[in-house]
Design a binder for this molecule. Structure first.
Ligand SMILES: [Zn+2]
Length: 377
């Protein structure tokens, strides 16, 4: 039988296509809605453009939260959301933002460093659009799961080759949208290079003593469950690594390569006086061996292919079936607390002391949601 189209069937098909486009479009545009944070008392909200005018009015202008302790001390920066596909990064920064009570020194938290990375998903990866946590009041906290790169609408047209301005290093063109290849940044560059420039300016002007950039890496990548430290941070990072090992949190320590340019652990150290460190947790949702990629995988890290890969000795993390977000966030949280302790030990006048952060064990027991503040109605 041959089905023949009529003007009526054409209209029906057009309407159906328009309906699907409207649903998909609304879902796509929902990525532009800001995530909500409920800062702990004492935090003052600023914007990154306060350190670089050129960013004001730009969609890359991201919130910066600062809390001053009673006692004088040093300054520590916690940077989350460099790569929005690494949720333990943004979630750890959020825990510090929502829980920390600073007793000594100053804490600066940027939960979403590359804000424009949160406004879209990476094409062809089938990533979830969001992750969520149940809070103790029975509510839910939802956060976007974005892309590794800045939204291409704002990095268009990407060059064929990205030439890192400070070094001449050549990378694939799309890497200009990767804020962790753009440091120290330039004031008249692309929107991502400008955001990188503003963060470098913040570190300089606020005289940040210790700057921590949080990440996650796939389990088959060698730099995972690791701290990468600039020369200036190496002693501090070595002491912290030993403390973590003794606390049962195995950690690799890697020196920041001198010829790998544009990254926080290199450029923050070379262009400012801070001690930069970058930390990686292990995250199967980013790996190339993964199966179905949904919110469940992002939160639990349970994946059959990774069980096989672990049995074949192909992974750089211990993996017995999962890699839960409370474990990954717990590693980051415990590491930051160990860094703070050793900062005060090595540099008694530059210490930062804070309370209210859940321990590694508390996170394993109660989960992340128990430590996020409920959204006020
Ligand atoms: Zn990363």
């Amino acid at each position: 039988m041959r089905i023949k189209g009529t003007p009526f069937t054409a209209i029906v098909l057009l309407l159906a296509a328009a309906g699907l486009a409207a649903i998909a479009g609304a879902s796509f545009m929902a990525m532009w809605n800001d995530d909500l944070f409920v800062p702990a008392p004492g935090f003052e909200k600023k914007m990154l453009s306060d350190w670089f005018d050129g960013l004001s009015g730009s969609p890359a202008d991201t919130p910066v939260y600062i809390q001053d302790g009673e006692a004088p001390g040093g300054t520590v920066l916690i940077l989350g959301g460099t790569h929005p596909t690494e949720p333990a990064s943004m979630v750890t920064a959020t825990l510090f933002l929502e829980r920390a009570r600073v007793d000594r020194g100053r804490l600066i938290v940027i939960p979403q460093a590359n804000l424009l990375g949160f406004t879209h998903n990476s094409p062809q990866e089938a990533h979830p659009q969001s992750i969520s946590f149940a809070t103790e009041d029975g509510g839910r906290r939802v956060f976007r799961y974005g892309s590794r790169l800045t939204n291409p609408i704002y990095e268009w047209p990407a060059p064929d080759i990205y030439i890192h301005p400070a070094s001449g290093q050549q990378l694939p063109g799309k890497e200009r949208g990767n804020i962790n290849r753009c440091y120290p940044g330039i004031p008249d560059g692309s929107v991502t290079e400008q955001a990188a420039y503003a963060i470098t300016e913040l570190i300089k002007r606020e005289r940040v003593d210790l700057s921590i950039d949080l990440h996650e890496a796939s389990p088959e990548y060698p730099v995972v469950n690791a701290i990468v430290a600039h020369e200036r941070s190496m002693e501090l990072a070595a002491m912290t690594t030993m403390d973590l090992e003794m606390a049962g949190i195995p950690m690799r320590l890697e020196p920041s390569p001198k010829n790998l340019r544009g990254l926080t652990h290199r450029e923050w150290g070379d262009y400012t006086d801070t001690m930069p460190v970058l930390m990686e947790a292990g995250n199967p949702v980013q790996g190339r061996l993964r199966g179905r990629t949904d919110e469940r995988l992002a939160l639990t890290g349970e994946d059959k292919a990774y069980v096989k890969a672990a049995a074949l000795g192909r992974l750089y993390i211990p993996y017995d079936g999962d890699q839960r977000i409370e474990y990954r966030v717990g590693r980051h949280t415990a590491s930051i607390m160990a860094f703070l302790e050793n900062l005060e030990l090595l540099f008694p006048d530059r210490g930062v002391r804070l309370e209210g952060i859940p321990t590694f064990d508390e996170l394993q027991e109660k989960g992340v949601g128990a430590f996020l503040n409920p959204l006020k109605m």
